[in-house]
Design a binder for this molecule. Structure first.
Ligand code: ADP
Length: 490
């Protein structure tokens, strides 16, 4: 069992390079045991205002720093994170519940965004455009938009922050980061790392606080020019409404209902292995996880057999223990919500194929927030489990007859975040992938998200993109200067 390291940070807001005491103290539990890891003080409204105003002051210098300098600080941050990856991964695992190995993966993934945007910082190009009048020309420049308000969820508490922070800072913005209520520790753990990398005070403020309170202040404070949220669609809609008052830019990465299509020629062993890894990843609490698994009728029986065998072999337990495939859910309420979707499905005619309760063998976990990985067949499109984001380790299998039918049903959702296609014939796989109304498709790949590419949803899954060259644009605004053209006297 991994031990939680001594904290190298204070469990309190980090503002203008100082630890500040908030007014309200909250306990942060390990969801595997529900024992408290720390008491964290939250930033109240006064401190959030201070954080925004400090970030505005810091912007005056930061926006004029050379992009190579800004990028250098981000790349040093990536290197320092990698040097501290074990401690960060243990903290992630303790606070969020994910297995330690997944924590290591998240640290590497988060660091890759600091590395990527550290490199991209110097690649913000403007242009000179032709003016209709011969004696003038246009200068088109992309400039940092201002202070960014960043709000992140608890499922990837480090990586979701890293994606936004690295892009905002590379673009020349300063930012106030509000981590999720459940997972403030990993965010605060980044403060000394960023300071050691050379980030000046005030450029990134880290302010744990209540979502609705902080969201409103971000929306109302005129210095905040862009709101970037990763969260549920309901929260995105509410933040967008708040932001409408001052016509603020929003960048939203919201919920999904990803289809996972298993084509008749798929390698079933390989596909089942990938599907299980995808669904056990953060115990299914991932917006891009497979939410509806469409399996062709001719391969369903064999696929269910392979999948249930693999599910039975998995180990569910404390993320800090050795050889654990899946950890707990974030809290008890989450277990009840997932349980309600499964019960409704069973009542409506779904069949229970497999349930893995391996965590029950360990008495130290009896207070933990565990939900057994569950495989359901005979799931129908009309069941709530097929239309709601499950956010738990449940695999609902829906049978299909024709590929055209699977595609049509895949798109019958207000969400459009991710999709997966598994099959042998690549031309066919690509044709199916192109029909899916989603922002990203993995063909024979369960984790296509990387720093190098833009990731963002369509329909009610969001606005904007994170990663890739597109990620910078969320934090830039365009200015055109119309100038007289210089001519040599003849
Ligand atoms: P989840 O259901 O995954 O917890 P939420 O959308 O509730 O997703 O939370 C994601 C982030 O949004 C968290 O940091 C949370 O504090 C914040 N949040 C919640 N409600 C609001 C709101 N009304 N305005 C702004 N941020 C919010």
């Amino acid at each position: 069992m991994k031990a939680v390291p001594n904290f190298w940070f204070e469990p309190a807001p980090w503002i203008d390079g100082q630890w500040r005491r908030g007014t309200e103290e909250i306990s942060v539990p390990n969801p595997a045991t529900n024992q408290s890891l720390a008491m964290v003080t939250r930033a109240d409204a006064g401190l959030i205002h201070e954080a925004i105003e400090g970030a505005e002051r810091a912007w005056a210098n930061w926006k004029h720093r050379s992009p190579v300098d800004r990028g250098g600080i981000l790349k040093r941050t990536a290197a320092l994170m990698i040097a501290k990856r074990e401690e960060l991964a243990v903290l992630l695992s303790a606070e969020q519940g994910k297995p330690y190995a997944q924590g290591l993966g998240e640290v590497d993934y988060a660091a890759s965004f600091f590395q990527w945007f550290g490199e991209e910082a110097r690649r913000s190009y403007g242009r000179i455009a032709a003016h209709p009048e011969a004696e003038r020309e246009f200068f088109v420049e992309h400039k940092p938009i201002g202070v960014a308000g960043l709000i992140t969820p608890w499922n990837f508490p480090l990586a979701q922050g890293a994606k936004k922070i690295a892009a905002a800072l590379a673009a020349g913005c300063t930012a106030v980061w509000k981590p999720a209520e459940r997972t403030p520790l990993i965010a605060l753990a980044m403060a000394p790392i960023l300071a050691e990398a050379g980030l000046p005070p005030g450029v990134l403020q880290i302010a744990p606080g209540r979502g609705s309170v902080v969201g409103k202040i971000f929306a109302e404070h005129p210095a905040v020019r862009v709101l970037s949220l990763t969260g549920s669609t309901a929260t995105g809609s509410s933040l967008m409404a708040d932001a409408a008052c001052q016509i603020k830019r929003v960048s939203l990465e919201l919920g999904g209902n990803a289809p996972f299509i298993v084509l008749p020629d798929a390698d079933l062993e390989f596909t089942a292995e990938h599907l299980l890894r995808l669904k056990l990843f953060v115990s299914g609490q991932v917006c891009v996880t497979a939410n509806r698994v469409f399996v062709h009728e001719t391969i369903e029986t064999e696929f269910l057999e392979i999948l249930s065998h693999k599910m039975e072999q998995s180990v569910v337990g404390n993320g800090l223990a050795e050889h654990v495939d899946a950890g707990p859910l974030i809290h008890r309420q989450a277990c009840q919500d997932v349980g309600a979707l499964v019960s409704q499905a069973l009542t409506a005619g779904a069949k229970l194929v497999c349930r893995n309760t391996s965590f029950e063998r360990d008495p130290s976990l009896k207070e933990g927030s565990f939900y057994p990985p569950t495989l359901l067949s005979n799931v129908q499109d009309s069941m709530p489990i097929a239309s709601h984001e499950i956010f738990g380790p449940v695999i609902p299998v829906l049978r299909y007859k024709t590929v055209a039918d699977a595609i049509r049903r895949s798109n019958e959702t207000p969400y459009g975040l991710a999709g997966y296609v598994y099959g042998h014939d690549m031309t066919n796989c690509r044709a199916v992938a192109r029909e899916l109304e989603v922002g990203i498709v993995g063909v024979n790949e369960w984790r296509p998200l990387k720093a190098e590419i833009p990731f963002g949803g369509i329909k009610q899954s969001g606005i904007g993109a994170e990663g890739g060259e597109e990620g910078l644009r969320e934090f830039l605004c365009t200015q055109v200067i119309s100038m007289p053209k210089p001519f040599l006297e003849r």
